[in-house]
Write a new protein. Structure first.
Length: 292
């Protein structure tokens, strides 16, 4: 059987005519958008297909965001790095991306401030001419049982995780070029639902809702929008306030027998940026070594 025939032997050409007439087949413009979405790296590490493509990662001065910014840089993207306080770390990440052969700028911008987020996107567009990938990664976590959670701590998570991510995704919806990718960082806690994680888990569930709704709103532009739900990743967000025994207990429950590293999550995002992952859209992708 050739590619022009289906199992029943019907000519695929005639089927195409029928589908095109019914408006079912993609237009040539949309197909061009798909071609633009191709972004695989080559076996020797070079990434010619991403030349000219641009990625913006919020909260990329350290942790998962920094690893993602570095990986997308290695994939050939020009990268906009972002921090809220750790300017030195953001500058270092940008330098590392430049050293790996791509281009990068860094900007301090508090995602809680919509004007600052707009300025961050403006800076990226001015430097590189447009934006193709946005990773709404900036996040904070405060843990306490409901009875002990302070107003300040819960407000901080709402402001950074729910509002900050919204500000980022709103700009992404307005500005990401056709054929692009958008990610929101959820967490495996939306499955675990453990004590002390209530407001944090709620703020992460918001990311899943954001991504699945936005994927639908951007219909027709060949932009895939997904939530990434990491688990037990070795960053200060995860390890701070936990004893060695508590961390060891997480490792023991993880089939891969270790904590995740920020690079594990960066690799998944890189994979989903490739043209071959275009069809993964409006999903929650759990990346947690199998713990849940
Ligand atoms: N680690 C895990 O196990 C895990 C699991 C599931 C989900 N996640 C999610 O993954 C994302 C990254 O987590 P991580 O573990 O990499 O955290 P992290 O190491 O604590 O890094 C947090 C990053 O967010 C930035 N940030 C914080 N508040 C910000 C604000 N208001 N505006 C702009 N940037 C801000 C920080 O910038 P500064 O350096 O300037 O402070 C830093 O770059 C978060 O959304 C988190 O909820 C993490």
């Amino acid at each position: 059987m050739t590619h022009d025939q289906n199992a029943s032997g019907t000519s695929a050409v005639s089927r195409r005519k029928v589908l095109a007439g019914a408006g079912v087949l993609a237009t040539s413009a949309a197909m061009a958008g798909m071609a633009q979405a191709q972004s695989a790296t080559t076996a020797d590490g070079a990434a010619p297909q991403n030349a000219g493509r641009v990625a913006l990662v919020t909260g990329s001065s350290r942790g998962i965001g920094a690893a993602t910014a570095r990986q997308l840089g290695r994939d050939g993207y020009r990268v906009i790095v972002n921090c809220v306080v750790n300017r030195d770390l953001a500058a270092e990440v940008a330098q590392e991306i430049e050293a790996s052969g791509s281009q990068a700028i860094w900007r301090q911008a508090d995602v809680r401030d919509p004007a600052a987020v707009r300025a961050l996107f403006d800076a990226g567009e001015e430097a590189f001419g447009g934006i193709d990938v946005v990773v709404a990664n900036a996040g904070v976590m405060n843990l306490a049982p409901f009875a002990e959670m302070s107003d300040e701590d819960v407000r901080h998570m709402i402001d950074v995780n729910i509002l900050g991510s919204f500000h980022t995704l709103r700009e992404a919806a307005r500005r990401v070029r056709d054929g692009g990718r958008i990610f929101a960082l959820s967490s495996t806690i939306t499955r675990f639902r453990t004590e002390t994680y209530g407001p944090y888990a709620a703020s992460k569930m918001a990311q899943e809702l954001y991504a699945t709704v936005l994927a639908k709103e951007l219909a027709g532009r060949n932009i895939s929008v997904n939530a990434i739900a990491p688990g037990v990743v070795n960053t200060t967000l995860f390890t701070d306030g936990k004893t060695e025994e508590q961390i060891a207990a997480f490792v023991q429950r993880t089939p891969h027998g270790r904590l995740g590293q920020p690079e594990d999550i960066a690799n998944v995002i890189s994979l989903l940026c490739s043209g071959n992952a275009h069809w993964v859209n409006g999903q929650v992708v759990y990346a947690n070594g199998g713990i849940a």
